[in-house]
Design a protein around this ligand. Structure first.
Ligand SMILES: [Zn+2]
Length: 252
């Protein structure tokens, strides 16, 4: 099935496909440091390339829009090159995208998130889109969390996963190898910091990644990354999204 992506179309092609399209899909990334291992556009490229593969599976049911290339990265501002939006701007940006898409007649929207820091804005944006703009709105991540069981069975859950680590770097090798540096390094963790002794049961803190978490910006050990792990995570996530769209989102 050939995918529908506005990045590869002209307006008349979009107009013609709207009668079949059931859902708008928007990749959401960041401009954020990923230690010495992968580039600032890692999250954006992972989400964007993932959505292309999803489009190849879903054909004309979904219309893919260009990625949101900046996100919420305040906790990484200690590393030069990182750019963050304010929480309010991020929420407004996501809502504005949804409202514009609805004007073209698509009433379902799914954000595919490549960056954990965006969660708070995505949660707020889908609430606003649903209750203030009557859009069936959803978001989901597309990485580690969906594949935890398989990761545990095949690899044992690697320690300290989540950012520029073995798992994310593996997925980047598979989806966007041009973002991966040739020399990979493990994280230089502040293991005695409060971040790793997080006492919160229900709640969190606004961490400073460089001071609280990792001196070089990475978690875990990206030297153990491999493309097969990246393919496994991605295939699991693609199956999950395909079922989610067919069995839940398109039933609404
Ligand atoms: Zn990332």
């Amino acid at each position: 099935m050939s995918r529908l992506s506005v990045s590869e179309m002209v307006w008349s092609e979009v107009k013609d496909c709207l009668k079949n399209v059931k859902l708008a899909v928007i990749p959401v990334g960041s401009c954020e440091q990923h230690g010495p291992n992968t580039t600032f556009v890692t999250d954006t490229d992972r989400a964007n390339e993932f959505c292309k593969l999803l489009g190849d599976r879903m054909g004309d049911k979904i219309l893919i829009f260009p990625p949101v290339t900046y996100g919420l990265s305040n906790h990484h501002m200690g590393f030069p090159g990182t750019v963050t939006l304010s929480v309010k701007t991020m929420i407004d940006l996501l809502v504005d995208i949804g409202v514009a898409i609805k004007k073209h007649g698509i009433k379902r929207i799914l954000f595919v998130n490549g960056h954990g820091g965006n969660r708070v804005a995505l949660d707020a944006a889908i609430q606003i889109l649903k209750y203030e703009h009557e859009m069936a709105s959803y978001w989901s991540s597309m990485g580690t969390n969906l594949a935890r069981k398989a990761l545990e069975e095949k690899y044992g859950i690697p320690k300290n996963i989540g950012h520029a680590c073995q798992v994310e770097t593996s997925q980047c090798m598979y989806l966007a190898p041009w973002d991966v540096k040739s020399e990979l390094k493990p994280g230089e963790l502040h293991e005695e910091s409060v971040y790793f002794k997080n006492p919160f049961i229900d709640g969190n803190a606004a961490w400073d990644w460089k001071k609280d978490v990792s001196e070089n910006g990475a978690l875990g050990d990206a030297t153990k990354a491999d493309i097969e792990m990246g393919k496994m995570i991605t295939d699991i996530a693609l199956d999950y999204f395909e079922n989610l769209i067919n069995d839940v989102i398109l039933k609404v």
